[in-house]
Design a binder for this molecule. Sequence first.
Ligand code: CP
Length: 315
Amino acid sequence: AEHLLGIEHLSPADITTLLDLADQYAEHNRQGRAHRDVLEGLTQINMFFENSTRTQASFEIAGKRLGADVMNMAMQASSVKKGETLIDTALTLNAMRPDLLVVRHPHSGAVDLLAQKVNCAVLNAGDGRHEHPTQALLDALTIRRHHDRLHRLSIAICGDIAHSRVARSNILLLGKMENRVRLVGPPTLMPSGVQDFGVEVFHDMKEGLKDVDVVMMLRLQKERMDGGFIPSEREYFHRYGLDAEKLACAKDDAIVMHPGPMNRGVEIDGTIADDINRSVIQEQVEMGVAVRMAAMDLLARNLRARRGAKAAGVM
Ligand code: CP
């Protein structure tokens, strides 16, 4: 593919190829092996129009481990603040001939639009409520490493599904790989048309977690609630916060995941998040670097092949 805009566009074979490569990078990262030739001579620009800790840092580290020249645009200090549009900003950067553009934007569809205007590979680092493909891929790699497979697993995605691009990308990916996905949360935080997603919906958390292999918690995204219903944190934790009693309903070897950032004591008890026997939250962050290395490696191969074909007059 030319870009990585969403899980929607990937086939099960694409997903497996990317995860296999990411798995190798994960092992090499642990051994301290560098691969600076992979993106050597390429320029990567990170444009984050929304805050980020994990995604921005791991894209930067991934690019540097592969030898790219990485530039982080400080969007808060850019001419976006003077009213320059997303497209004009993208065209301006495009004129500087980047090879990889990593973009996070608060509006769903903004990254797809931008990809149509530039002639480099674009990676979606999260757009509004739409998709966060590298998050779903790093979640999938973490699950696969713990359960030794990525099919026929029962996975509960819990909490604020309605506002979550992480949930949407995970539902798509886990469904494509033939897993059973359950959505657990209050009716007010379920997206409209949820019955079309090919998932089971539970409003009682203990029922929803019964015998699952994976418990994936989500952050309550108050900033996206637009003045609509905001549950009280105490009540929310009581009904939907992951604690030892609710987790006991899952399988004994079920893993606990959270994409971060976490609200401890709101959607997850801090002791569960820190329990190294159950929680894989730090491993998710580690796999984030490996998955982003694999994604940029594969896109760069495609980019070089297209440029080579164009130079040879084939395209
Ligand atoms: N999971 C995730 O996207 O975290 P950041 O917002 O910190 O990048």
